[in-house]
Write a protein that binds this ligand. Structure first.
Ligand SMILES: *[C@@H]1O[C@H](CO)[C@@H](O)[C@H](O)[C@H]1NC(C)=O
Length: 158
């Protein structure tokens, strides 16, 4: 643990872009368009386990609320690495939450393992919720960093 703290400390000095390591699992999100009045409001996202590691299945639970019932739609996920778009996938919303979604609070659960080759660095995950009529219900961004421990091992060897 002391070793881990030392190497993480060194890393934070070296790479200013990284967010500090935290054991908190609930993160605030940012709307893609801060001026939009989305039908679906997102209060936060739970990430388990956190921090995110390569090859480990991570569960993202989005806490949301809707004014109108949702019969179905799509969840689109875009991943960017240091601001460069690298990956996109679309899922059936009803596989990520229970449909139909009645008005009020609901959660969307998405499980994903980032591949072992995922490079060390700073990522943005964008999640867009689209209803059956292709209307954008909400769009959120959140940020995370990858690779503290693996990179720290690399540093120790150097
Ligand atoms: C819905 O979620 C919000 C934010 O998490 C919370 O403050 C509110 O109490 C919840 N409402 C219900 C009815 O559970």
């Amino acid at each position: 643990m002391a070793q881990l703290k030392k190497t993480i400390g060194a890393l934070i000095c070296v790479v200013g872009l990284l967010v500090p390591l935290t054991s908190a699992t609930t993160r605030e999100v940012e709307y893609c368009n801060k001026k939009a009045n989305y039908d679906v409001k997102v209060s936060g996202i739970d990430i388990t386990p956190f921090p995110i590691s390569r090859g480990v299945e991570t569960t993202f639970t989005i806490n949301a609320a809707t004014d109108e019932a949702i019969s179905g739609g799509k969840l689109k996920i875009d991943v960017a690495y240091f601001g460069f778009y690298i990956h996109s996938e679309t899922h059936d919303l009803c596989k990520k939450t229970e449909c139909p979604v009645s008005n009020g609070n609901f959660t969307i659960t998405h499980k994903q393992a980032l591949p072992g080759i995922t490079p060390f660095g700073s990522y943005t995950l964008k999640m867009t919720l689209i209803d059956a009529k292709k209307k954008e219900l909400t769009c959120i961004n959140f940020y995370f960093s990858m690779g503290f421990v693996a990179a720290a091992e690399g540093l120790a060897e150097a």
